[in-house]
Design a protein around this ligand. Structure first.
Ligand code: UTP
Length: 276
């Protein structure tokens, strides 16, 4: 059983400046719920109940979201507005929330390594909350990955096909197909030039990682853009043992950029209206 889901959320979110000057990107709302709320729902669905956050300066709003706001609770107790808090209360009832700080922004790999203190010596999930995933007709992406983990017990990355010219924005994998939608990874490159990308299979913000990744990250040198890259650590893990890449079922909105954020907003708005 995997209990912990790690949320690296220390990035500056520069693509959403000036909003992210004082608002964590993960708190930007899709309709009335912040991005992080969708991420926690996905982790709960995958039976993880220990939510661990790696945050940076200016991310207090994330901690406050998962805490009781006594004044607010008092003000709206017994009124018609009270049910608006039901969903967040439900998350707080089902899960624990812990936080640690990444003092320097040295990349996603470094953020995950910083989360080591919050993760026991066991496998854990990772959600980048600005990647919002939905699977209308079935289980969420992390729950799909958990099923694969139960069978293979190794690190798994979620991948999707992207147009070749977009490979420069992602970690890209190549590998050998072992089942429908499942590959054993033999190579990984962080943000390759499209001409050099081995495939168009891009890693999105969902991972299951085995705990040996921490020792590997400790010895991983800064890579692309001078940052400690999780892709480099996973490539090492793949060469030494096995890492799987899973072509997930469902949709993913890149809410870290304006187009993806607007698409997600429209999608959820239309869905809400269809259900009325
Ligand atoms: P991004 O590449 O999306 O960076 O990081 P960002 O800072 O969030 O956004 P932009 O590009 O400036 O607009 C991917 C994920 O890794 C986390 C981010 O919070 C995000 O969830 N991250 C990245 C860290 O936690 N620490 C880092 O040092 C780098």
């Amino acid at each position: 059983m995997i209990q912990t889901c790690l949320f690296p959320a220390a990035g500056y979110g520069t693509r959403f400046l000036p909003a992210t000057k004082s608002l964590p990107k993960e708190m930007m709302p899709i309709l009335t719920k912040p991005l992080v709320h969708y991420g926690v729902d996905e982790a709960l669905e995958a039976n993880m109940n220990n939510m661990a956050f790696v945050v940076g300066r200016g991310k207090r709003a994330l901690e406050d979201y998962f805490d009781i706001s006594y004044e607010l609770e008092h003000q709206i107790a017994g009124t018609s507005k009270e049910p608006l808090l039901n969903e967040i209360r439900e998350q707080m009832r089902k899960a624990t929330f812990s936080f640690t700080r990444q003092n320097e922004m040295k990349g996603l790999g470094h953020a995950i390594l910083t989360g080591k203190t919050l993760v026991k010596d066991e496998a854990f999930g990772v959600i980048l909350a600005d990647d919002l995933c939905v699977n209308e007709n079935g289980e969420g992406v992390l729950a799909q990955m958990m099923k694969i983990y139960d069978r293979y017990r190794c690190s798994i990355v979620a991948v999707m096909e992207v147009p070749k010219e977009q490979t420069k924005n992602y970690g890209v994998v190549s590998g050998r197909m072992i089942e429908d939608d499942l590959l054993v990874v033999d190579d990984m490159v962080e943000k390759p030039d499209p001409k050099e990308a081995p495939t168009n299979l891009a890693i999105i913000g969902r991972y299951i990682l085995t705990p040996d990744i921490f020792a590997i990250l400790e010895n991983t040198k800064p890579g692309k853009n001078g940052e400690i890259q999780i892709t480099d650590a996973l490539k090492f893990q793949a060469n030494r043992g096995m890492v799987l890449a899973y072509k997930f079922k469902g949709m993913r909105f890149d809410c870290g950029c304006l187009d993806g954020f607007v698409e997600a907003t429209n999608y959820f708005y239309n869905k809400q209206h269809d259900n009325k």
